[in-house]
Design a protein around this ligand. Structure first.
Ligand SMILES: NC(=O)c1ccc[n+]([C@@H]2O[C@H](COP(=O)([O-])OP(=O)(O)OC[C@H]3O[C@@H](n4cnc5c(N)ncnc54)[C@H](O)[C@@H]3O)[C@@H](O)[C@H]2O)c1
Length: 249
């Protein structure tokens, strides 16, 4: 696909990796729709770049997702590239041996983490694929997963959600490929983002760098490069690109 002819639709574009993707890709795409639930942060990026189509939406609300995707497709720039980026990191052990009270993983936290990281990707892709097929458009669904999908101590819910994203990516590649819609995912390792720096202690980050052959956290532009590659390579389908500095080898 030719980048400059595509219209993007990105979720969680108001901060972190998503915000960088908006800044890095908006100039190369024909147009870009940005969805986020954070009204203030969304307003800021709309002011900085008035050409963007911004939509406020809590993606855990299926009806709101339906309305937002409909608005994007009824605009003068119907999207052809969906980037499922919105998500949240959650870390909690299955059994917290240090807790004097209930030691078991909170069920509320389990449901919330699955809702934000897995259900939102399903809702968005469901509405996007349906609208694409109705209009006979060709395009691609790119989901931002995580290397945690392979299992990570202290992240049952987040790991399960991201493994689900990888599984749906393969499923969609098989179901939708014949209709001209590809599906792929990108699994970053530890990236240098505000969420990483606030979720992890300095000591933990030092430990991660020491165990990464490249000896550093990842740069968000590396994720943007992978997004461009997936859009432009028409034979890339159903695979997850790991961008982790080699921490998993
Ligand atoms: N930062 C990393 O090191 C890292 C590593 C691997 C994977 N990831 C994945 O990359 C993606 C982005 O992570 P980030 O670090 O930039 O996070 P972030 O918290 O900085 O940004 C996430 C954005 O998603 C939005 N969002 C969250 N829930 C939403 C909802 N229900 N509806 C609408 N918007 C919602 C937030 O408002 C925010 O703007 C996530 O899917 C995350 O799991 C991040």
């Amino acid at each position: 696909m030719i980048l400059s002819e595509q219209v993007g639709l990105i979720t969680g574009g108001a901060s972190g990796i998503g915000k960088h993707l908006v800044e890095s890709l908006s100039g190369s795409l024909r147009a870009l729709h940005v969805i986020d639930k954070n009204v203030g942060a969304l307003d800021e990026i709309a002011t900085a770049n008035p050409a963007l189509h911004t939509h406020t939406c809590d993606l855990t609300d299926f009806e709101a997702v339906q309305n937002t995707v409909r608005a994007a497709f009824e605009s003068d720039a119907p999207p052809t590239v969906l980037i499922n980026n919105a998500g949240m990191i959650h870390s909690e052990p299955l059994i917290n041996l240090m807790s004097p009270d209930d030691r078991k993983h909170s069920l509320d936290n389990w449901h919330r983490t699955i809702d934000v990281n897995l259900n939102t990707v399903f809702y968005m892709t469901l509405c996007f694929a349906d609208a694409m097929l109705q209009r006979r458009l060709k395009g691609v669904v790119i989901s931002i997963s995580s290397i945690t999908a392979c299992g990570n101590a202290g992240q049952s819910a987040y790991a399960a959600a991201k493994a689900g994203v990888n599984a749906m990516t393969v499923t969609w590649a098989k179901e939708l490929g014949v209709m001209g819609i590809r599906a792929a995912a990108i699994a970053p390792g530890f990236m240098n983002t505000p969420s990483t720096n606030s979720a992890l202690s300095e000591g933990h980050i030092k430990h991660i760098k020491k165990n990464t052959p490249l000896n550093r956290l990842g740069d968000v532009e590396d994720v943007a490069g992978a997004v461009r590659f997936i859009i432009e390579n028409d034979f890339f389908n159903g695979r997850v690109i790991e961008i982790d500095g080699g921490i998993r080898i």
